[in-house]
Design a protein around this ligand. Sequence first.
Ligand SMILES: Cc1ncc(COP(=O)(O)O)c(C=O)c1O
Length: 400
Amino acid sequence: MNYISDALNRVQPSATVGISQKARAMKNTGKDIIVLSAGEPDFDTPQNVKDAAKKAIDENQTKYTNVGGIIELREAIAAKFKRDNNLDISPDNCFVSTGGKQIIFNAMLATLNKGDEVIIPTPYWVSYPEVVRLCDAKPVFISTDETSNFKLSPTALKAAITPKTKWLMLNSPSNPSGSVYTKDELKALAEILKQYPNILILSDDIYEQLIYDGFTFSTMAQAAPELGERILTMNGLSKSHAMTGWRIGYCAGPSFLIKAMAKLQSQSTSATCSIAQWAAVEALNGEQDFLDEWREIFAKRRNMLVNGLNKIEGFDCLKPSGAFYVFPSIKPFIGKTSKGGQKITSDEDFVFALLEENDVALVHGSAFGIDNHIRISYAASQDSLSEALKRIEQFCIDLH
Ligand SMILES: Cc1ncc(COP(=O)(O)O)c(C=O)c1O
């Protein structure tokens, strides 16, 4: 008897879980594993945010709240959109969920019907296709590669659109590639989208604050205000304020969509944690200066990692402008055999052999929809990164 629903049977388990579980199991046996597979900043949540949460507890802010978030938080979100993105958004069009992930789940479950298509450029964040499949809709992938800096072109977008296209999912800065769209690139995509009024656009801006080299962040609602009624701008505090465990995601969108998401969330989780919401008010309204320091640290680590990788024969790693990942090709190593005798026929083989033999945990590119790549997170100390580079280099030298 199969008790599991067809909907869940359509969903793949998280491909990143396998590597993380293995890394954890090896660590538990006392092995010195360097974990560069994580998708979270290694910094602590800022002190003012922690203090705001303690205060909320002491003041008994511990009850159910409005499903879409307390008004103070929705006002702080509207102010953030004005401050950072120059968007004029009413707090009524702002909405809070349990992580950015739930925003995406809400939006897709609220709008997708069987057979609808969702355009997802590859490489993509692992959850995008799975939530689409859960809704009985179809992910339509558009491949990108190094030649376009892993960015979607207007021509490729146009070619993928059909009468069934319901959403385009865009993520900038990108997990896993770290690529960032310029305002002009977003405008060019918008020119195509203008011709198709049935398509909604998800702009996943969760890495907005982690952007380097003086690059200016742009979001679709800013680049193409004329599409505003069709754009869901998603963001959250997981990456910007090192608050992955607090579970605060937020968005701004058209009223019909925000109302639909609220209806759905009212029958699932209701509002996210009241204490985390008060902490989020402080995170958004309080001092943001710490971000300059974090950006500087991340940029230094990125430079070190990219330079170190490019010294290893076979690597030609791009230097991404955002997020905290690099995503190099490992194609030259496919078909070789590791020191321990493991045949490397795929990026997954590369990653598992590297973990087993040289104690570094990364994620294989195929988990993000692109073969023969690896994602390395630099949300780790310079010492760890430097040691990881030595181990990766040795692993590659030993491949024959
Ligand atoms: C691209 C992207 N979007 C959304 C999320 C969801 O983040 P959270 O649910 O922690 O807010 C993540 C987390 O890894 C991500 O990488």
